[in-house]
Design a protein around this ligand. Structure first.
Ligand code: S3P
Length: 172
C-alpha cells in the first residue's frame, strides 16, 4: 500500500450518501492512516443512535456535539475523518477543519444519493425527503458550504471506491 506521510488530519465531507464512509475504508488502508467516523464516534459518546438523539435533543444539540468533536481533534495524531453530512454547516466547523488538515469534498448527484440511500431510515434529515427533487433542494442549499470548506473535490457518481482512492492519492 502507498504510505502517505501525512502530518495532519484528513477530512472527508459531502452530502449524505456521497460515499464518505466507503471511501474512508479504502483510503485509510491505502494511506496507512487510521479512520475515524464522526457519526460513529458521536453515537458511542452519546450512548444512543443519531436518530434518537435528534428526536430527544434536537438538531442544534447534535451540531454542538459535532463542533466539540472537531475541537477535540486538535493535538491528536493524524487520522482520516469521515464527517457526518452536516459537519460543514457551521462556519466554525469549516474553519476548524481547514486548520486541522486537507478537506476532501465528495460529490454525488441527487439521483445517485437517492439510489444509494433513498430508502434508509437511520438518517433523521432524510425522513421526509422522499424524492430526488427533495434531496436536490437540500443539497443545493449546502453546496456553497461544502465548497467553502473543501481543499479538493471529486465526483463519485461513476467511480468505484478503488478508483476514487487512486485519484485522491494522486491529487493529495
Ligand atoms: C447529517 C448526516 C448524517 C448524520 C446526521 C445528519 C446531515 O451523516 O451526521 O444524520 O445533516 O447531513 P452521513 O452523512 O454520514 O449520513
Amino acid at each position: 500500500a502507498v504510505r502517505h506521510r501525512l502530518k495532519q488530519h484528513l477530512f472527508l465531507i459531502g452530502f449524505m450518501g456521497s460515499g464518505k464512509s466507503t471511501v474512508a475504508s479504502t483510503l485509510s488502508a491505502a494511506l496507512g492512516l487510521p479512520a475515524l467516523d464522526s457519526d460513529a464516534c458521536l453515537e458511542q459518546e452519546l450512548g444512543c443512535s443519531i436518530a434518537d438523539f435528534f428526536s430527544r435533543e434536537g438538531e442544534q444539540a447534535f451540531r454542538d456535539r459535532e463542533t466539540e468533536f472537531l475541537r477535540n481533534l486538535r493535538g491528536q495524531s493524524p487520522c482520516l475523518i469521515s464527517c457526518g453530512g452536516g459537519m460543514a454547516l457551521r462556519s466554525e466547523n469549516r474553519a476548524l477543519m481547514r486548520l486541522l488538515g486537507p478537506v476532501i469534498y465528495l460529490t454525488a448527484t441527487p439521483e445517485t444519493v437517492f439510489s444509494r440511500i433513498g430508502t434508509d431510515t437511520a438518517r433523521p434529515l432524510l425522513k421526509d425527503k422522499k424524492t430526488p427533487a427533495d434531496i436536490a433542494a437540500m443539497m443545493q442549499a449546502r453546496l456553497p458550504l461544502y465548497e467553502d470548506a473543501a481543499s479538493l473535490k471529486i465526483a463519485t457518481d461513476h467511480l468505484s471506491p478503488a478508483e476514487i482512492t487512486n485519484e485522491l492519492i494522486r491529487l493529495l
